[in-house]
Design a protein around this ligand. Structure first.
Ligand code: ITT
Length: 198
């Protein structure tokens, strides 16, 4: 029987991407729906790494199983890397409002765009131990207007120059080949396949 691996995220957009990348590994993938009593941890760290470790260790303790969590976000260079670790809750949860705020803040600096990146820090934990960590980015720039309906979160305003489109204009598997989360979870996939003793 394969061992459980809990994918510890409350974000359904993240979950769909992660499940697709980890499909077929010799672990029984579980989600937080399998642990309905579990409450969310506070994210009080100052870096993606601190928050990812906090989440992974919290959910590993709550579930008693091998657990992976990621902390991720969008850094916009012209806005001093905001929203960064605050991406999920920065100016609320309505992405149309968040996009307008980004545009306003850029315009206040006399800009239509800025270099930007998504960052994903992934932590795998069991009990009180961190077993594996990795951090990856994807570089792009802020789109002049939002475009596309795939993906989630800030994808419609993240323009990826090598493909000439936003991350919301490409299918999930194509996004995962180039994205911060895709690179992090493909690395985890290799680690898990190469660690039969886990
Ligand atoms: P969990 O902590 O439960 O995993 P969360 O959404 O709160 O869910 P984070 O604290 O890591 O997760 O915040 C990540 C936010 O960064 C996310 O809500 C989006 O606003 C943004 N983000 C991260 N990756 C993204 C991606 O691939 N595409 C678009 N936006 C992304």
């Amino acid at each position: 029987m394969s061992r459980p691996l809990v994918i510890a995220t409350t974000n359904q957009g993240k979950l769909r991407e992660i499940e697709a990348i980890l499909a077929g590994i010799p672990f029984a993938l579980q989600t937080l729906k399998d642990y309905p009593e579990t409450t969310e941890p506070t994210e009080t760290g100052q870096t993606f790494g601190e928050n990812a470790r906090r989440k992974a260790l919290y959910y590993a303790a709550a579930t008693g199983e091998l657990t992976v969590a990621d902390d991720s976000g969008l850094e916009i260079d012209a806005l001093d890397r905001a929203p960064g670790i605050h991406s999920a809750r920065w100016h609320g949860s309505d992405y149309a409002v968040k996009f307008r705020k980004i545009r306003q803040l850029l315009e206040a600096r006399g800009l239509d765009t800025s270099p930007a990146r998504f960052v994903c820090h992934l932590t795998l934990a069991r009990g009180r131990q961190v077993l594996y960590e990795t951090e990856h980015t994807v570089e792009g720039r802020i789109a002049e207007t939002p475009a596309g309906h795939q993906g989630f979160g800030y994808d419609p305003i993240f323009f990826f120059p090598p493909l000439g489109v936003t991350l919301a204009q490409i299918p999930r598997d194509e996004k995962s080949r180039i994205s911060h989360r895709g690179k992090a979870f493909f690395a985890l996939r290799e680690f898990l396949i190469g660690s039969p003793a886990l």
